[in-house]
Design a protein around this ligand. Structure first.
Ligand code: ADP
Ligand code: MG
Length: 818
């Protein structure tokens, strides 16, 4: 065997070393046994009910026990055995049915059996979540389960924090949880982030991650990952779209859908109702509901961040008697985390949220989910309402539907097996806050501004909704809605106005049609009576006619202004469609003949009709009319004259020195001889594609080489530096080592404090870089020799490092700079 790399790490104490060796031996046996048991798992059996029925490693078992997880949920019982065997999985199960453990356990177990541990192993599993909050939650579950003896280094990358600090720690990670954007950022920017050996990819809330919003990021991430890997997708609304499966290159995926046969797509313990609530009553109804449920934990969903802010700010002013919170994507990361933590811990609280909180979040014991604004589709409805009634607990969902939304939404809900029942609001209990809101908006311009923004974004969201069977823009009473927010009138919105305009147009057309068919004669008369409206006529109908008239006055010549105006007046008055004297109206100060226009009198060519002279500029297709001082001056400026000249065109010369146009049309016969145009086009596309494909392969190979080279260089550098550091202070690095997987506290500052899963039960402290830096068993025998050798090397290194002369110092500085 090649000589072991001597590093700066000093020899472990004898006791520690023996313990390490023993543990490794135990692990080896453990892994072999587990591997055997996993291959023997009977997937048809279905008798695996408890976690203890599965061949799991001790650390995982400990983790499950500590979290009091004993009996598996349906999705866990089906998905975990398959995942342990390495299958690709499409997991679908209702909200709150334990999907998180269905992928966390296989991630830990499969990497454990592969002993994919330590900094040199690189990234083994990547878990992607659509939102930061969900990523944090997944990471917490991972830590809770993994901290009882597992040695993986796990990290969380969700953006909103310093990229550089994350970069350093990333290179040592074995398991990473993150959001698509940030993961991609690291993949493209962090040179030493090695994913070449990735074994597992997990997408939680997969349908959301695979939809349009994340498409580009996810596709780019997939490009970086090796094709040979296990891929698992989980969601309560899992799709089996072939295109998605192809994008992720899934191999014979197992579709695990445990509730497909159920009567409803939502949890059994969830009671679902809807109320009919016109837009203008929403605020009153919501306020009254909150007043009646002050002791509950309520989560309210709205269509946009602006609406959330307005409702939060206005309700807060009115002191509702229950702690209010709000969360939306436009908040800073710190505020978002703070809110989720507060709402999780609260007994009674009301959280106003956008759909950032719709997916995956496991707030304990939410009593009500109120969907104040109708969700864009049933999937969103299912996820929103799924924040309550989790893991067999009771919960209630209420959705506010405008009268025009009722029919469409109910149809959609029924089609997806979501049972909802109508309930009525007790009118006696209903309070009106309209006047209070008006008063508040009047007094506080900031609140009024928020109300306006809320109104506009709400109207916009309805306008942009795809499902027009539910969202019928024309049916909402926006004026009344604006008033209900405390606004004196509805802010003007283009598309609402357009719609009005369209309505008017349609209406007038309809009346014309109607009159045309039933009272044809009358219609004809109407048409006759109406003067013809030309473009010019419309121009003169402008509101600010005075301005236009002044300008117009300057345009007319020979003191014929009055007459021209008279004709314009007549024009505007609609008495006559065309001015009495057309020439007068058009008699302008200067006139440049249009293309191809031939002068009546050839002799007079150089003389403009209204005075001045005409100059034929060389290189200009149009003659230049000099009829003012400004034009005279123009003649003196070469630069300005250039603008009037036609632009030259580029010609190319062939080898014989003959000039050609840049692009010359091919001879028609030659072109025809080559075949049909379509065939030629195809051929061209094929060849171009081939060229691009070849270039792409080369580029990719070059890029890969470059990346590997950089990675190698960086590792060498890091290793050298590590050696130097230890050599210089001569201390045992192992003493400073924290956690497993070699992630020290500083680097982890960016990750969660509990990111390291170091054994808390007092077993031996794991070493910093376990695999590589460990001595092999055979080394132990010639320990004396080894240590001597090490000393020698260290000595020789120190000889070089200790600077004696200026030159030494310079070379040392150059070395440190790398
Ligand atoms: P999903 O992802 O399916 O919406 P989660 O994984 O978030 O659901 O789990 C919902 C809740 O159920 C969590 O609070 C979790 O702790 C709990 N849970 C999951 N599996 C079990 C289990 N086997 N036994 C007890 N509780 C569980
Ligand atoms: Mg989940």
């Amino acid at each position: 065997m090649a000589a072991t790399v001597i590093t700066g790490r000093t020899r472990p104490t004898k006791v520690k070393k023996q313990a390490n060796v023993q543990k490794r031996k135990r692990d080896d046996v453990d892994v072999e046994k587990l591997e055997q048991a996993v291959t023997e798992l009977d997937l048809q059996n279905g008798s695996y009910k408890d976690f203890t029925d599965l061949p799991l490693s001790d650390p995982t078992k400990q983790g499950l026990k500590a979290s009091h997880f004993a009996v598996m949920t349906d999705i866990q019982a089906k998905a975990i055995p398959l995942a342990l065997k390495g299958h690709d999985i499409l997991g679908a199960a209702k909200t709150g049915s334990g999907k998180t453990l269905s992928f966390i356990i296989p991630v830990l177990e499969n990497l454990y059996r592969l002993q994919h541990i330590g900094a040199d192993a690189g990234l083994g599993a990547l878990i992607i979540s659509p939102t930061r909050e969900l990523a944090i939650q997944i990471f917490d579950v991972l830590c809770k389960l993994g901290r009882h003896g597992h040695m993986f280094a796990a990290g969380l990358v969700i953006g909103g924090k310093s990229l550089d600090a994350e970069k350093q720690a990333l290179t040592r990670m074995n398991i990473l949880v993150g959001t698509p954007g940030r993961i991609l950022q690291h993949l493209s920017q962090t040179v030493a982030f090695n994913v070449d050996d990735l074994k597992m990819l997990v997408l939680d809330e997969a349908d959301r991650i695979l939809d349009m919003g994340f498409q580009r990021d996810v596709d780019a991430i997939i490009d970086y990952l090796p094709k040979e890997r296990q891929t698992m997708l989980f969601s309560a609304t899992q799709s089996r779209k072939v295109s998605d499966l192809a994008r992720l290159s899934l191999q014979d995926p197992e579709y695990v859908s445990v509730h497909a046969e159920d009567k409803s797509a939502t949890p059994k313990s969830l009671t679902q109702n809807y109320i009919i609530c016109p837009l203008e009553d929403k605020m009153d109804t919501l306020w009254s509901f909150i007043q009646a449920s002050k002791k509950s934990k309520i989560l309210c969903f709205f269509s946009s961040a602006k609406v959330v802010r307005f409702v939060y700010e206005s309700f807060r002013h009115m002191q509702p008697g229950i702690p209010l919170l709000h969360i939306h994507g436009r908040q800073k990361q710190g505020a978002r985390l703070d809110t989720t933590a507060k709402f999780s811990a609260a007994k009674a609280s009301c959280l106003f949220a956008t759909d950032v909180a719709a997916r995956g979040l496991d707030f304990p014991a939410v009593d009500f989910v109120i969907q104040v604004d109708c969700p864009e589709d049933v999937d969103t409805y299912i996820h929103r309402v799924g924040r309550t009634a989790r893991y067999n607990r009771e919960g209630r969902g209420v959705i506010f539907l405008a009268p025009s939304e009722e029919e469409g939404m109910l149809q959609r809900l029924e089609a997806k097996k979501v049972p909802v029942e109508i309930i009525n609001v007790r009118q006696k209990k209903k309070q009106s806050i309209k006047s209070q809101l008006v008063h508040m908006c009047f007094k506080d311009p900031a609140l009024k501004y928020l109300a306006q923004k809320a109104f506009i974004t709400y109207a916009k969201s309805v306008y942009l909704q795809k499902d027009k069977d539910i969202f019928k823009l024309k049916e909402y009473d926006f004026e009344a809605f604006a008033a209900s927010l405390g606004l004196p009138g509805a802010p003007k919105i283009r598309f609402l106005k357009d719609d009005d305009g369209k309505k008017k147009k349609q209406a007038s057309r309809q009346t014309l049609e109607v009159s045309g068919s039933s009272e044809e004669n009358e219609g004809e008369e109407n048409k006759k009576e109406k003067p013809v409206r030309t473009k010019v006529a419309r121009m003169f109908e402008r509101q600010n006619q005075d301005v236009f008239a002044d300008h117009y006055k300057n345009l007319v010549t020979h003191g014929e202004d009055e007459e021209a105006f008279r004709s314009a007046d007549a024009f505007l008055g609609g008495k006559s469609a065309i001015p009495a004297d057309d020439d007068d109206f058009m008699a302008v100060k200067r006139r440049i003949p249009a293309d191809g226009e031939v002068s009546d009198d050839d002799d007079d060519e150089d003389e403009p009709k209204t005075g001045g002279r005409i100059i034929n500029l060389q290189g200009a297709s149009q003659p230049l009319v000099i009829d003012s001082n400004r034009r005279e001056k123009l003649l003196k400026s070469k630069k300005k004259l250039l603008k009037l000249k036609d632009k030259g065109h580029k010609i190319v010369f062939d080898d014989d020195g003959n000039a050609h146009e840049m692009y010359e049309l091919e001879d028609e016969d030659d072109f025809k001889a080559k075949g049909l145009p379509e065939a030629q086009r195809q051929k061209f596309i094929e060849t171009a594609k081939e060229v691009v494909r070849e270039a792409d392969v080369e580029d990719k190979a070059a890029q890969k080489m470059k990346k590997k080279d950089k990675l190698r260089k960086r590792k060498d550098r890091e290793r050298n530096e590590a050696e130097k550091v230890v050599d210089e202070d001569g201390e045992d690095v192992e003493e400073d080592a924290v956690g497993f997987g070699g992630v020290d506290e500083d680097l982890l500052a960016n990750f969660r404090a509990d990111a390291d899963f170091s054994d808390q039960d007092g077993e031996e402290a794991p070493t910093k870089k376990p695999k590589k830096w460990f001595q092999s068993d055979s080394e132990g025998e010639d320990e004396g020799r080894g240590s001597k050798k090490r000393k020698k090397v260290r000595k020789s290194k120190r000889d070089v490092i200790e600077p004696q002369t200026l030159e030494d110092m310079e070379s040392l500085a150059a070395g440190l700079l790398g």
